[in-house]
Design a protein around this ligand. Structure first.
Ligand code: ADP
Length: 458
């Protein structure tokens, strides 16, 4: 069911309930009022009759006079009867010519008990009361009549209420659908606009109108989400094109080396030399694809990575060994700024393999971009973090490029002559983010750089 219909239905249901309650109350009070008014008139009639009886007596002549007086003084009620019964329940007086009229003895009994009774018997309203004559004799005086005109009016009133109820509900449904449709129009417009947005036209935005309501807010937030998506799509696209470019260069060089080798017959020594060079290029290619794989994995394996307590000093020594193993010229010097008293200060919550990747990258860069191939590593602590700084005396990073070096494939101008693909630092930053840590850099061209990593303790 559409929201528009749902809102209109709920609104109409509420109005219908309110209308029904009001109509019923009107009807109920009108019916009570009619009964009460009719009872008052009957009471007047019976009281005036008994007064006359007291005044005139109850001979046949008196009765006739009372009947005539009643006819002239009071408005005639529909089929009105005024009857007076003595203590033996025998009819003493009737407002019309009647020989024997009897009600059930139970009725006389009830009137005698209650002294005043207002009741309805077979559609006739009956008022009964007790009247005492001069000698103290008790009589039961009854006035009865059928309020046909009052009842007819009430039936008409009920019909009017029922018709007004249905007309009111129909009108509410109509207006509800109309207004709900109007209020939800911006959402329908938004739906239509969203249908036209695909991965290829993310720059298209939803119109937010001049309003500042919730729907405009929703459109605004949706637009912001589109901007984020566009940015991430752009990153993906540039990643793929950069990655294929990086892969194409070593592959092209492999191809040309093989082509040159095949141009003529060569000696065994020459073949060996060519194969050696091919092996070197293949190793670079493997390194690059490993890097790309790591970068791609770090994007989406955040949840599956297992964290554990790691002693940061041990991890740094392992990374040092790995860098030395890969390049014997490189020198990584590790130094504790101060020896911690507590073992927990050297412990961080992390993933061993990923953190080792970070520090081998940083050590490798520090040595690679320095003439002395040296990296100085310092470990410090504070209550929250382990702070590891990697310092070199290398080429440094130009100020205007420093913010870009963590982007995938970015290489500074002055690093062009050094081998590399510009993906190591972007992997480092992803990994440090996963560990809820921080990586910062300070650098001066020609002087060197300091990379600082902050990793929270357990
Ligand atoms: P790569 O070193 O393979 O090019 P990285 O992602 O590790 O890739 O580094 C990105 C860029 O940051 C490098 O190309 C270089 O320009 C700069 N850079 C990183 N570390 C240093 C450093 N220690 N000294 C100077 N420049 C550096």
């Amino acid at each position: 069911m559409q929201i528009r219909t749902k809102i209109a239905m709920q609104f109409s249901l509420i109005v219908a309930i309110i209308l029904a309650v009001f109509s019923y109350s009107f009807y109920y009070f009108s019916e009570n009022f009619r009964k009460q008014e009719f009872a008052n008139r009957l009471t007047d009639r019976v009281v005036s009759t008994t007064k006359l009886m007291k005044k005139l007596g109850i001979t046949e002549q008196d009765k006739k006079k009372i009947r005539d007086a009643n006819k002239t003084t009071l408005a005639k009620l529909n089929a009105e009867k005024v009857l007076v019964f003595n203590s033996e329940d025998k009819l003493e007086y009737a407002s019309y010519e009647a020989d024997s009229i009897k009600y059930s003895p139970k009725l006389y009994k009830r009137i005698r008990q209650k002294r005043y009774l207002d009741t309805t018997i077979v559609g006739e309203q009956i008022i009964g009361l007790i009247y005492k004559d001069e000698e103290g004799k008790e009589y039961v005086a009854i006035a009865s009549s059928n309020d046909t005109s009052g009842k007819e009016n009430l039936i008409k009133f009920r019909k009017t209420l029922i018709i007004s109820f249905f007309v009111g509900v129909a009108l509410t449904i109509f207006l509800g659908v109309l207004f709900a449709g109007q209020s939800l129009k911006p959402i329908s417009d938004m739906n239509r606009e969203i249908k036209n947005i695909t991965a290829y036209n993310l720059q298209q935005k939803l119109s937010t109108g001049n309003n500042h309501d919730e729907i405009a807010q929703l459109a605004h937030n949706f637009n912001q989400m589109l901007v984020r998506l566009e940015r991430s799509f752009e990153l993906q696209r540039s990643f793929v094109s950069n990655a294929s470019h990086e892969l194409r260069t070593p592959l092209a060089s492999l191809k040309s080396e093989i082509q040159v080798a095949l141009e003529r017959e060569r000696s065994e020594g020459e073949y060996r030399e060519i194969l050696q060079s091919l092996l070197f290029d293949t190793q670079r290619l493997i390194q690059l694809t490993n890097g790309l794989l790591q970068l791609a994995q770090s994007e989406n394996r955040e949840k599956s990575v297992k964290f554990q307590a790691i002693r940061i000093d041990e991890l740094l020594f392992e990374a040092q060994e790995e860098v030395n193993h890969q390049n014997a010229n490189y020198q990584v010097l590790i130094d504790f700024d101060e020896i911690p008293d507590d073992d927990e200060w050297v412990t961080v919550n992390g993933n061993d393999a990923l953190l080792k990747t970070v520090f081998t990258n940083l050590f490798d860069n520090a040595c690679k971009y320095s003439a002395d191939y040296k990296a100085e590593v310092k470990i410090k602590f504070n209550q929250k973090n382990c702070i590891i700084s990697v310092k070199d005396n290398g080429i440094g990073i130009p100020n205007e490029e420093i913010s870009k070096i963590f982007e995938p494939f970015y290489r500074t101008q002055n690093a062009a002559v050094y081998k590399g693909h510009g993906i190591g630092l972007s992997i480092c930053r992803r990994i440090i983010d996963m560990h809820k840590g921080k990586i910062e850099v300070k650098s001066e061209v020609g002087q060197g750089s300091v990379f600082t990593v902050l990793l929270p303790h357990l």
